[in-house]
Design a protein around this ligand. Structure first.
Ligand code: AMP
Ligand code: ZN
Length: 273
């Protein structure tokens, strides 16, 4: 990210179509400039100004704080209500890639308490409405969090599963969105809302979440403490290892790619069929 940020010389203050919004507009690579001129993404006027967003504290510098600045920047919000903001991911890893950030300052998943389940639900509902209003297909999306994110301020990825994007470059990018490093919001909700985390397994219906149950039963993901202030506990070292090594398995079929160029060509092929 540091390298990408350093290379990115685009002005950030003025409202402009972000990469993700541009990508969102182009269902094929032959999008005309005229099509790009108008945003296809409907935006709703922020209910609160940037000053009310994610703490009224001082501006924080450093690339890890880039999302805090982005969510506060004028004109960046594609959606905003009293709970959260939706912005376009600046380096989208798929045709449609957005970030949902709570307005309250929450640095990471480990700060999420049981009482935050309602906020997560609002974030998920906002994301679902956003993609529905923009006529994107909810079935083609995942809504979730990187177990060990690189950027500060909690952010939920809303990402289409085509993974066709020039910004998808590294093995780590791929593994972070396609292995269990990517934690579905609904799984975290189940965990936060369950009185006993061992009960989660029997209540989840989605096949993917069913497969993710071993994360909880093996203690990689759990609840620390008790009562209302009990919070999420994440085995950071174990999750980190998932994003560092592993095969480049396609998310849409059983093929294992030899390298990133091979994977990207393969993913583009899925789009054509
Ligand atoms: P992670 O911290 O791994 O969950 O991912 C952070 C995400 O933020 C990545 O998908 C980046 O492409 C994205 N990103 C980094 N800087 C910005 C920014 N200034 N505005 C919007 N998205 C950003
Ligand atoms: Zn495939």
């Amino acid at each position: 990210y540091w390298r990408l940020l350093m290379n990115d010389k685009r002005p950030s203050g003025k409202r402009k179509l972000s990469d993700a919004a541009l990508v969102s507009l182009s269902s094929s690579s032959s999008t005309s400039p005229a099509e790009l001129a108008e945003p296809a993404i409907k935006t709703s006027k922020p209910a609160m100004t940037a000053a009310t967003v994610a703490s009224k504290g001082p501006v924080q510098f450093g690339w890890q704080n880039g999302l805090k600045s982005a969510m506060q920047a004028d004109g960046q919000a594609l959606f905003s209500d009293d709970v959260c903001v939706i912005i376009a991911d600046k380096y989208p890893k798929a045709r449609h890639h957005y970030l949902v950030l709570p307005k309250r300052q929450i640095d990471s998943l480990a700060q999420l308490q049981r009482s935050d389940a309602s906020m997560l639900k609002r974030m998920l509902a906002a994301a679902e409405s956003f993609i529905a209003e923009n006529n994107l297909l909810p079935k083609g999306f995942r809504f979730g969090f990187h177990a060990v994110p690189s950027m500060s301020q909690l952010h939920m990825h809303v990402i289409s599963q085509d993974f066709v994007s020039t910004c998808l470059k590294t093995k780590k990018h791929w593994l972070s969105f396609t292995t269990e490093f990517f934690l579905d919001c609904s799984l975290l909700l189940q965990l936060l809302e369950s009185a006993d985390s061992s009960q989660v397994a029997s209540t989840v219906e989605e096949p993917r979440q069913h497969r993710q149950q071993h994360l909880i039963s093996s203690g990689r993901l759990g609840i620390r403490g008790s009562g209302h202030s009990a919070s999420l506990a994440i085995d950071r070292a174990w999750f980190s290892s998932l994003s560092k090594a592993g095969e480049l398995k396609c998310n849409q079929c059983a093929r294992v790619a030899k390298n990133m160029p091979d994977l990207k060509a393969h993913l583009a092929g899925h789009e054509r069929t």
